[in-house]
Design a protein. Structure first.
Length: 145
C-alpha cells in the first residue's frame, strides 16, 4: 500500500498545491491512503513503516517549476526536528531510526507564484499542477498495476 501526503496552507493560494496534487493523484486508486496536513510533523514518522511507498506533495517558493525526487536514507547521526518544521529528510531519518521504516520516500514539488492569503491557484500553479500530475502519475499507478 502507498501513502500520499499533501501539505501546505490552503489559505495561501498556491501553497495549496500539495493538497491538490495528493487529492488528484489519489482519485480512483483503492490501495492508496491520503493524508492532508498543514505541515509535516514528527508524528507522521511513526506511520511511514506501514507503507511501501510514500509520496510527499508540496508547493515550493523557488526552484524548478516541477521536481520529483526520491530521498535516500541519511539516518546516520543526529536528527533535528521541531514541532514547527520537519522537512522530508528529517521525516525519513526519524522513520528509519526510531521506527525501522524501510519505505521509498518521494517528494513532489511545484513552484508556486502567489503565496499571499486568498483562495485559488495562480495560472502558473495550475500549469505546474498539470505537469506534476503527468510526471508522478506513472509512479503511483505502477504500484497499482
Amino acid at each position: 500500500m502507498d501513502l500520499l501526503v499533501g501539505y501546505g496552507n490552503c489559505a495561501r493560494r498556491d501553497d495549496a498545491l500539495g493538497w491538490e496534487l495528493a487529492k488528484s493523484l489519489a482519485q480512483g486508486l483503492s490501495r492508496v491512503d491520503l493524508r492532508l496536513t498543514q505541515q509535516l510533523g514528527p508524528e507522521l514518522a511513526a506511520e511511514l513503516g506501514a507503507y511501501r511507498r510514500v509520496l510527499l506533495a508540496d508547493a515550493s517558493a523557488g526552484g524548478p517549476p516541477v521536481l520529483l525526487r526520491r530521498l535516500r536514507s541519511h539516518a546516520k547521526g543526529a536528527v533535528q526536528a521541531t514541532s514547527h518544521h520537519t522537512g522530508p529528510e528529517v521525516l525519513l531519518s526519524l522513520a528509519e531510526s526510531l521506527f525501522g521504516a524501510r519505505c521509498e520516500l518521494w517528494v513532489l514539488t511545484v513552484r508556486g507564484e502567489s503565496m499571499e492569503f486568498g483562495e485559488g491557484l495562480s495560472l502558473a500553479a495550475r500549469q505546474g499542477l498539470k505537469a506534476a500530475l503527468k510526471l508522478a502519475r506513472p509512479l503511483i499507478e505502477d504500484a497499482h498495476a
